[in-house]
Design a protein around this ligand. Structure first.
Ligand SMILES: NC(=O)c1ccc[n+]([C@@H]2O[C@H](COP(=O)([O-])OP(=O)(O)OC[C@H]3O[C@@H](n4cnc5c(N)ncnc54)[C@H](O)[C@@H]3O)[C@@H](O)[C@H]2O)c1
Length: 265
């Protein structure tokens, strides 16, 4: 924990150009890449963190080119503490003040509970939950020193509904975990000027559910979605952008459902 004494509210001033880390942002049709673009459009400097240095550099260059903001592409496996620390150190050294973290990297798991092996359980929980923990701790230490931070965990409607779309037990348990983590972060880190929230998407048109969604699969999904369409990556990116923004400083510990009404709590 930071050693210095807590300052009272309000949190430190929001910098003119803050930096956000988006994990899992190198996937071609993914939520992370759309979020990186959305934030850059708002003027954020962006660190693209994902598996594979080349892919991260390429997305970072694309975001910089399209929006004219500083970016950094860093290949890092978020399950690995040393890699997470090294990535965070470079972000702090090379980009403007770190304010935002979007814990978006994740893996799916359509394995029925009775067939889940300990290896499958660990594979999923290690990325979705341990990776979120490691990335958050590294970033939050910096944010706490700055007395300003915005953390968003990406969960899933599957965690709230107990599956029912594609991924099953290991995924749902890990994604329920990131909701709990955000809530406890909201309590513990609020005094440091840090907010922590969750965005919980329903079915979004990416490749994570076993490949690109066919029209047939979309049709089947629609039966359960009152707004009558499968979600787009920007539906999620827009809400993340709001929660990271200057105006969202009094929103913390909340779970934002972005699911077209497929889960109404
Ligand atoms: N698409 C949906 O319908 C949907 C619904 C609910 C929640 N989500 C969640 O949204 C997030 C983004 O999903 P997406 O649909 O864009 O999927 P995606 O597969 O396109 O993106 C996931 C990204 O995470 C990265 N990643 C995986 N393991 C990693 C690791 N160890 N270290 C660093 N990066 C790693 C992958 O390389 C990939 O780029 C995920 O957390 C997912 O669970 C997606």
């Amino acid at each position: 924990m930071p050693s210095t004494v807590l300052t009272p509210y309000p949190a430190a001033d929001f910098p003119e150009q803050p930096t956000a880390i988006v994990t899992g942002a190198a996937s071609e049709r993914g939520i992370g890449r759309a979020t990186a673009h959305r934030l850059a459009r708002e003027g954020w400097a962006v660190a693209v963190v994902d598996l594979g240095q080349d892919a991260c550099e390429s997305v970072a260059a694309e975001v910089a080119r399209q929006h004219g903001v500083p970016t950094l592409g860093l290949g890092a496996d978020i399950r690995d503490e040393a890699q997470v620390r090294a990535a965070t150190d470079r972000i702090v050294a090379e980009l403007p003040q770190l304010v935002g973290l979007v814990n978006n990297a994740g893996v799916s798991s359509p394995v029925p509970f009775l067939e889940v092996t300990p290896q499958e359980w660990d594979r999923v929980v290690d990325v979705n939950l341990r990776g979120t923990f490691l990335m958050t701790q590294a970033a939050a230490r910096v944010m706490a020193d700055n007395r300003l931070g915005r953390i968003v965990n990406i969960s899933s409607a599957s965690a709230q509904r107990g599956g029912a779309v594609y991924s099953l037990a290991a995924y749902c348990a890990s994604k329920a975990g990131v909701i709990g983590l955000a809530k406890t972060l909201a309590r513990e880190l609020g005094p440091y000027g840090i907010t922590a929230n969750t965005v919980s998407p329903g079915s979004i048109d990416t490749d994570i559910m076993g490949g690109t969604l066919t029209d047939e699969r979309k049709e089947a999904l629609l039966r359960d979605i009152p707004v009558g369409r499968v979600g787009a990556v920007d539906d999620v990116a827009n809400v993340v952008s709001f929660l990271l923004g200057r105006e969202a400083g009094y929103v913390t510990g909340a779970t934002y459902d972005v699911n077209g009404g497929s889960h109404i709590a």
